[in-house]
Ligand binder design. Structure first.
Ligand SMILES: [Zn+2]
Length: 191
């Protein structure tokens, strides 16, 4: 699949009239509002958009977005990889009248549709893509148990404690060792 440059502003009408499509890659560092929710602005989004006219002649944009980003793990507060994905369909209206028509014709349609106004035929495609990615963010991000340093830290701490107790010849050392073996077994079972 060829990669198109991403056009930040487009005329949806023109693109819909010729059934155009855009397959593009957007670096996350271009998405400033999205980056505010992330650990850093590394990563990129794969953007696939298709433009067509619906039966009534309204402009329909269907999109499929995926992005690999890094968010803050809420347990260990380190970066964790998160995959974002969004599928959406919107209709673009150029006038209030057209927006009303679309709203009425979609009222009994179960498909999720958004109606977006374009300004003087121009449309901010970058904002649309960014909004959709922001809506696809998980509410809370965290590592899988086996990858989270919080889990590792607490196991390491227990191991240290058990080692110290064993060295001092205390009976607690043996109990702690048994507990630790159990904890390690549980962690392994999760994998
Ligand atoms: Zn973590």
């Amino acid at each position: 699949m060829s990669i198109d440059p991403f056009p930040e502003r487009v005329s949806p009408r023109k693109l819909c009239n010729r059934n155009d499509s855009i397959n593009s890659i957007l670096p996350v560092e271009k998405l400033l509002r999205l980056s505010e929710f992330l650990h850093d602005n590394h990563g990129q989004a794969q953007v696939s958009l298709s433009f067509e006219k619906d039966d009534a002649g309204h402009c329909l944009i269907s999109g499929n977005l995926t992005a690999d980003v890094r968010m803050l793990c809420q347990r260990c507060l380190e970066a964790t990889e998160v995959k974002l994905a969004s599928d959406f369909a919107i209709k673009v209206a150029e006038t209030d009248k057209e927006a009303q028509d679309i709203a009425q014709s979609s009222a009994n349609n179960l498909e999720q549709l958004e109606v977006v106004r374009s300004e003087e035929g121009e449309f901010d495609l970058l904002s649309l893509v960014e909004d959709e990615l922001i809506m696809s963010l998980p509410i809370v991000a965290s590592h899988a148990d086996k990858d989270c340093s919080k889990t590792l830290q607490s196991l390491q701490q227990k191991a240290r404690q058990a080692g110290e107790n064993l060295a001092s010849g205390s009976i607690q050392g043996l109990e702690a060792l048994a507990e630790l073996k159990q904890a390690l077994k549980e962690e392994n079972d999760k994998k």
